[in-house]
Write a protein that binds this ligand. Structure first.
Ligand code: FCB
Length: 304
């Protein structure tokens, strides 16, 4: 399925699909000699994560010494840097797997470090039937929600995905419970309360009683990204929400999330989201009712 003007692949099950979005979910039914019976081979990984779960038949991942099979109830997590090489196990007539491609929220880092790994690919085997059913339903719910095409579909799907990742974390036997350091939690809250302000490292460090270098180090360690990147991600999440759910002019949204320079905001937005803020707003299925007049003259519907 190709786009009629750009020639781009529109079917995520076939090679060439761009995956330039925050979440895509699907199920790949591979049947021996069927149209999808080929090995997925992405040597350099992808720009987002993939989580997948085998629901029927058997899959084979990697070749040679690293090769392993996956059976119903096996989950795999591919971080961006992991190579993808998987397909139907040659001795199985089929391999059905559900999958979700996603760009994680900044604060998910903790749930994305799976302890059991082969070639950077995280592995988790669900131990009983009830768990397999629970996870399978969650995958299906995420796929249906993402495909529903409502204005908040993506956010709702991401919300369910967060649940899935937390459940994976809970079901991983090796996970010692090591909660996020309270000072890092406080730093996140402080940053969120002051999202639009340019608070600097020294100020945050003072607020949580750590030295700036210790804070920077601990933050990166616990959250998986540095403070500036974490705040940028939070700003983009809020900006996306405001673009879809209010009629605020884009300059106003830019300043609400901390960018006085709208051009700079648009550049960051494009880099992180893949489209300009106005394209993102137009992609909304049903814009808020007050958006019927041109942007400059619209009434403000909601405040953050
Ligand atoms: C599909 C594959 C699936 C997953 C997504 C991103 O083509 O069947 O396993 O890799 O791409």
């Amino acid at each position: 399925m190709l786009h009629y003007e750009t020639g781009q692949q529109l079917n995520p099950l076939l090679p060439g699909y761009s995956f330039n979005i925050y979440l895509v979910a699907g199920t790949t039914p591979i049947i021996e000699n069927g149209p999808l019976d080929f090995f997925i081979d992405r040597k350099n990984g992808m720009s987002g994560f993939i989580i997948n779960m085998t629901v029927k038949g058997r899959g084979k991942v990697f070749d040679g010494d690293d090769a392993f099979d996956c059976n119903p109830g096996d989950l795999l997590l591919f971080p961006p840097e992991a190579a993808h090489f998987y397909g139907r196990a040659p001795d199985s007539p089929d391999w059905y797997h559900r999958w979700i491609y996603f760009r994680p929220r900044a604060y998910w880092a903790h749930w994305l470090k799976w302890r059991n790994q082969v070639n950077k690919v995280g592995r988790l085997t669900l131990s009983d039937k009830a768990l397999i059913t629970e996870f399978d339903e969650l995958f299906q719910q995420i796929e249906q929600t993402y495909k529903a095409g409502r204005r908040s579909s993506e956010e709702l799907a991401i919300n369910l995905l967060e649940r899935l990742l937390i459940r994976c974390f809970e079901e991983t036997p090796e996970n010692r419970i090591s909660p996020i350091d309270q000072r890092i939690e406080q730093a996140c809250q402080f940053l969120s309360r002051n999202l639009a302000e340019e608070v600097n490292l020294a100020e945050i460090a003072r607020h949580v009683c750590l030295s700036p270098s210790r804070l920077a180090h601990l933050f990166r360690d616990q959250m998986g990204v540095n403070i500036v990147r974490w705040r940028e991600d939070q700003r983009m999440i809020l900006a996306k929400h405001l673009l879809h759910s209010t009629c605020l002019p884009i300059t106003r949204i830019a300043s609400t999330v901390g960018y006085d320079d709208q051009m700079y905001f648009s550049r960051v937005f494009r880099k992180r989201v893949g489209t300009s803020p106005s394209e993102f707003r137009q992609s909304s299925e049903a814009p808020p009712a007050c958006c019927e007049t041109p942007e400059a003259g619209v009434a403000v519907q909601a405040q953050p």
